[in-house]
Write a protein that binds this ligand. Structure first.
Ligand SMILES: [Zn+2]
Ligand SMILES: [Zn+2]
Length: 303
């Protein structure tokens, strides 16, 4: 059941909770009111900074923390969204800025875009959804994703697109109870960021093999880890179609590149990638120099 963190606000559709089994249950008004009363008497603190929550919200995150989650500022690669620091990236024959890696070899996706840098509050907000199961976080993350999709829309043209979330392995799905990419994509699509061009389809891709976290793996290990992990369940739906692949985070790009590669192999004409967050190498804190480049180049070479 969804938890109300402060007194009950107007009920949004998010009060309708999809349970693990895929059924839909409705949180009772009485239950919400009772929880709201409880939360009013014992208000919770912001789960990100610990400040007392003074504003009524079903998300236990304060306004200051939400405001601090800003879109990526500065130049980014027009293809993969990587942060660019070198002025040379903007010069030369290219009309649009490209990172060194995309200059050397085009990735399997047409363009990847993200809302914010995967650090600070945005990282914590995504963790709140994924690991602490605060589902109301998906509404805020969905708004961010909607902005990303709206930004990509000029590149889409008028072509209808299939919106495909990066799937979880069934065992992880059972364990977590939901796929965060599904929740975020659905929250974004409610806002109609590209009119009626987008059709959600979560059954196109399937995760056939569970993979260990990519964190801390070398480029070679990441490549081995992801190989054969995904499959196209319904190739007929993909053939000749443009796909908008959605995930919460673009970290090394290994996952979305593999998904894009197999979608293209199944006949998709173009694959776009929209994520809420992205690891930026320009953020030294989370930088993994060179390894990502090697991973993608090697994957492309083998793809
Ligand atoms: Zn806060
Ligand atoms: Zn790039």
């Amino acid at each position: 059941m969804e938890v109300v963190f402060s007194s009950s606000q107007e009920l949004s559709p998010a009060a309708k909770v999809k349970d693990v089994a895929g059924g839909t249950s409705f949180v009772s008004w009485a239950g919400l009111a009772a929880e709201g009363l409880f939360a009013t008497l014992f208000p919770s603190d912001c789960r990100l900074c610990g400040a007392p929550l003074i504003k009524i919200s079903r998300l236990p995150v304060c306004e200051d923390c939400l405001q601090a989650m800003r879109p990526i500022a500065g130049g980014v690669c027009s293809t993969c969204g990587e942060g660019l620091v070198s002025p040379s990236a903007f010069s030369g024959d290219h009309n649009e800025p490209l990172c060194g890696l995309c200059r050397r070899m085009a990735p399997p996706f047409a363009k990847a875009a993200a809302y914010g840098s995967y650090d600070g509050g945005l990282r914590e907000l995504i963790h709140l959804l994924k690991y602490e199961h605060v589902r109301t976080a998906s509404n805020v993350l969905g708004r961010m994703l909607a902005e990303v999709i709206a930004g990509l829309k000029p590149a889409f043209g008028d072509v209808p697109l299939l919106v495909v979330p990066v799937p979880l392995h069934p065992s992880k799905m059972r364990q977590r109870g939901f796929n965060q990419a599904d929740l975020i994509a659905c929250a974004a699509l409610k806002l109609k960021p590209a009119g009626d061009q987008l059709t959600f389809n979560a059954s196109v891709l399937e995760r056939r093999r569970d993979t260990q976290s990519q964190t801390g793996l070398s480029s070679h290990q990441r490549r081995e880890n992801i190989r054969g992990a995904f499959g196209v369940a319904t190739p007929k739906e993909v053939e000749g179609r443009e796909i908008l692949l959605v995930d919460d985070v673009f970290t090394t790009g290994t996952t979305v590149s593999e998904c894009a590669r197999i979608l293209r192999r199944a006949g998709a004409t173009r694959v776009w990638v929209a994520t809420v967050a992205r690891t930026l190498k320009t953020n030294a804190q989370y930088a993994v120099p060179n390894q990502d480049d090697e991973a993608r180049l090697a994957m492309a070479a083998h793809g």
